[in-house]
Design a protein around this ligand. Structure first.
Ligand code: SF4
Length: 196
């Protein structure tokens, strides 16, 4: 098999880090994400998502910091957890990993697991993460997050969530939509399970 074909099939078994939070919000959103990811984003992105994306523009363009010891928008992957994605900002000298968010009202497990996934990816690549934090740029506030090795319960929850993602099937019976989530969901106009 040519190398690019091997890499493609190798990566096909990997879960994008961004799926973890989406899956916790609603497993069905992963399916919708795959269905609509190539469509014009304005068709299905709400204001919240657009603002959230704006938080990452400087990082996507690598304009957040010019320091050489700061990794921005850097691709990571974990063989152990079969995850891949990008980190926002990692200060190599301080060992500080930061994920930027807009207007944090609740620290959801999905936000924490996103940092865990980035942490494990960086660790496998040889970087030493000493601290992690969510950074709310709208309030200029940092929310420190414990490292997974210091919180065994959350680490176990993280691993259980990955297992659930790997085992999830749309055909499985028993899924019921939550109307309070559907109201807030960016896919509610497109999703056939929406209760809106
Ligand atoms: S519209 Fe409702 S059921 Fe569909 S993905 Fe969103 S939250 Fe889930």
């Amino acid at each position: 098999m040519p190398l690019h074909g091997f890499i493609k099939s190798f990566m096909e078994n990997y879960i994008p880090i961004s799926y973890i939070n989406d899956f916790i919000f609603c497993p069905r959103s992963i399916y919708n994400h795959q269905m609509y990811q190539n469509r014009d984003e304005l068709v299905y992105q709400g204001e919240v998502q657009t603002k959230g994306k704006a938080a990452h523009i400087n990082i996507d363009n690598k304009r957040y910091s010019d320091k050489k010891n700061v990794l921005q928008n850097f691709e990571v992957y974990s063989v152990k957890y079969q995850l891949f994605g990008k980190i926002d900002v990692f200060d190599i000298e301080k060992g500080l990993l930061t994920e930027r968010k807009n207007n944090i009202k609740t620290i959801y497990d999905g936000f924490i697991f996103q940092l865990y996934a980035q942490y494990f990816g960086l660790a496998e690549m040889g970087y030493q993460v000493k601290e992690m934090a969510l950074y709310d740029f709208s309030k200029n506030r940092m929310y420190p997050i414990q490292l997974p090795e210091n919180n065994r319960i959350m680490k176990q929850k993280f691993e259980n969530t990955l297992e659930e993602i790997n085992e999830f099937s749309l055909l499985r019976k028993g899924f019921s939509a939550n109307k309070f989530k559907c109201v807030k969901c960016i896919y509610n106009l497109l999703c056939d399970a929406s209760l809106c």
